[in-house]
Design a binder for this molecule. Structure first.
Ligand SMILES: Cc1ncc(COP(=O)(O)O)c(C=O)c1O
Length: 375
């Protein structure tokens, strides 16, 4: 079989992926909708309506939008396209060329900056890898087009103080984009039980948010999400699509023909799991993450952030040699690992396909490598 050598989430060896086994309902609906093209709402009006429903649901449930029907968004190819769209719209709206990002930003912002001929201005982070909001304030210039905050950084799962960033953005009249590609389906639920900053449209300064259904939304890829507070920013980048829908169609996404299957899969998940189901999954993943962090400490390892902000545990490594050794050993034992560089550590993304017990087996290997490398 052609996929023989490819990973399967279900065997519990994939430790560093933000994607996971799709929910069974999503999988079934996806298969039924293989022919659906969201680029042509004239041919697929129901799918187009499902996308609008998904956007409204995310705006209301995940992003606390005070008027969710005003939100404008799309399910796009991934968090990368979502972040590019946010930067593009901000550049067009402000005429500025600088994007202030936390130094923990995902590399998609580098792609955005290069494609859009913009510049990234990196702000430092604190000991929990959250952006330093005073530094952001100091970095603002007349050329600032966009400020970015992150809910769930790629390397440590850290959550920036978006409430404070929103105050700065609002005060200075600069768009604020929140990259919640990973945390968007987790933080809103954890926040009901533990202290995490708000990051949605209830904060006046937030103008757009990335939230990816193909990460913790349990939808098969490609399914990134970009949600704007209202139609103002996407209008800056939309174009007329002359031959579609009798000439009446407009698009602000980069991709023209877009797969409808992931959107219908998301819609099915929303109807099946709903807010309660997603909350249950987020809490279960977070509980396992806490167990992983405890297990790491019991083994003499040091977590990068303790307690972790979301369902991502990063365990520090004591040098490049240890990282190389770990990669070799992991390969030999069948683990699929992901090494972070800032901090140097091993990222363990506690997706629903992982359990703390399984990950603890891997941590024993990490502890041995760290010990043998002098830690
Ligand atoms: C915080 C963050 N933003 C954006 C992205 C990019 O998402 P995608 O790979 O879906 O383009 C990722 C991917 O892991 C991410 O962690």
């Amino acid at each position: 079989m052609i996929l023989e050598r490819d990973s399967r989430y279900s065997d519990g060896t994939v430790l560093g992926s933000m994607c996971t086994e799709p929910h069974p309902v999503a999988r079934r609906v996806f298969r039924e909708a293989l022919h659906v093209n969201l680029g042509d709402p004239y041919l697929f009006p129901n799918a187009a309506e499902a996308e609008r429903e998904c956007v409204r649901w995310m705006a209301r449930v995940l992003l606390d939008h005070p008027a969710p029907e005003e939100a404008v968004g799309a399910i796009v190819s991934g968090g990368t396209e979502a972040n590019v769209l946010a930067a593009y719209a901000a550049r067009e709206a402000t005429g500025g060329r600088e994007i202030i990002v936390p130094e923990t930003r995902h590399f998609s912002f580098e792609k955005a900056a290069r494609m859009l001929r913009m510049r990234l201005v990196e702000a430092p982070v604190d000991e929990e890898y959250r952006v330093d909001v005073d530094a952001v304030q100091d970095l603002i210039t007349r050329d600032t087009a966009l400020i970015v905050g992150i809910v769930g950084t790629t390397e440590t799962g850290s959550v920036d103080d978006v409430e404070a960033l929103s105050d700065v953005a609002e005060d200075r009249g600069i768009p604020l984009h929140v990259d919640a590609a990973f945390g968007g389906f987790v933080a809103p639920f954890l926040r009901r039980y533990r202290d995490l900053p708000r990051f949605g449209f209830d904060l006046e300064g937030v103008t757009s948010v990335t939230v990816d259904p193909h990460k913790m939304g349990l939808v098969p890829p490609p399914a990134g999400g970009i949600i704007f507070r209202d139609g103002e920013l996407p209008r800056e980048i939309e174009v007329h699509a002359p031959y579609l829908s009798g000439g009446g169609s407009r698009q602000f996404t980069i991709v023209g023909t877009r797969p409808g299957a992931p959107v219908l899969a998301l819609y099915a998940n929303i109807l099946t799991l709903g807010e309660e189901g997603y909350e249950r999954i987020a809490l279960a993943c977070y509980r396992e993450t806490l167990r992983v962090v405890d297990a790491a400490k019991d083994l003499g390892l040091e977590p990068a952030v303790d307690p972790p902000h979301l369902n991502l545990a990063n365990v520090l490594l004591n040098g490049r040699d240890a990282a190389e050794r770990l990669l070799e050993e992991a390969e030999r034992h069948g683990w699929k690992v992901s090494i972070s560089s800032n901090p140097l550590g091993v990222r363990i993304v506690m997706m629903p396909h992982l359990t703390a017990d399984r990950v603890t087996e891997f941590l024993r290997l990490v502890a041995r490598v760290v010990r043998e490398c002098g830690g």
